[in-house]
Design a protein around this ligand. Structure first.
Ligand code: F6R
Length: 227
């Protein structure tokens, strides 16, 4: 495990963009699991900037969706797929997307691609990874899950008064832990305690992110999250 602590969120965005840009430069057909949520948005904006400037070409990249709410109407702008398209796929000029709707189709397509090269992840306030809510062990498969009250609360911000969907589909822990490299982005004092549990505590299904230590893991955290 490599842990890099940077001063603040903008520095986190820069370092994370550089980390992924290097890998795309080395492997233009990189297969990347793409988290949404707030934390990686600065990173994606930095990558988009490089694409606009002509210093990065993402047209060979395959973007793989990490998680999705269950039962949303087709094309709902609050779907995580729509968020991934807006923040990553379109601005980076990515041509190939593996959507996450049906777990069996997703798992089959990923196997045909030879698995994930890279997983870009955020850290849930309760230690979730994707929507692998606690408890989730390392073998938890791609599946439909019930969201925890904590996740419903943190998602409510994006649903402005509407009822937050209570179920989701998530790439399994087995898929995530199978990535050849993992980048975990963590920002803010509210993530400090859970990051410490994930990195310094025991590996436990109660903190699904604790299993990321089994992978070739790079953690990028700002000083608020890792003083
Ligand atoms: C998003 C996702 C979630 C978030 C996590 C952290 O696709 O899978 O696990 O990464 O909830 O969210 P933020 O970055 O908003 O703190």
């Amino acid at each position: 495990v490599t842990v890099h602590v940077v001063p603040d969120a903008p520095a986190l965005a820069d370092a994370a963009a550089e980390w992924l840009a290097q890998r795309i430069a080395r492997t233009p057909a990189l297969t990347v699991l793409v988290a949404t949520g707030q934390t990686p948005m600065g990173m994606y904006a930095q990558l988009a900037e490089r694409v606009r400037a002509g210093t990065l070409d993402c047209s060979g990249v395959t973007a793989v969706q990490l998680d999705e709410y269950a039962g949303l109407p087709e094309g709902d702008p609050r779907s995580l797929r729509a968020w991934m398209l807006r923040s990553f796929v379109t601005p980076l000029g990515v041509q190939t997307v593996v959507p996450l709707l049906d777990p069996a189709a997703f798992t089959g397509r990923l196997a045909a691609l030879g698995g994930l090269d890279v997983a870009v992840l955020g850290l849930g306030p309760n230690g979730h990874v994707g929507f692998n809510e606690p408890p989730s062990g390392p073998d938890a498969p791609t599946r439909e899950v019930a969201l925890t009250p904590e996740s419903l609360r943190s998602n409510a911000a994006y649903w402005s008064g509407l009822t937050v969907p209570t179920r989701a589909v998530t790439a399994g822990m087995d898929v995530i832990l199978g990535a050849r490299e993992t980048l975990l982005l963590v920002s803010g004092a509210h993530k400090c305690a859970i990051l410490s549990e994930a990195l310094d505590g025991p590996e436990t299904p109660l903190v699904p992110a604790s299993f990321l230590r089994r992978t070739a893991l790079t953690v990028l955290a700002d000083r608020d999250a890792r003083p």
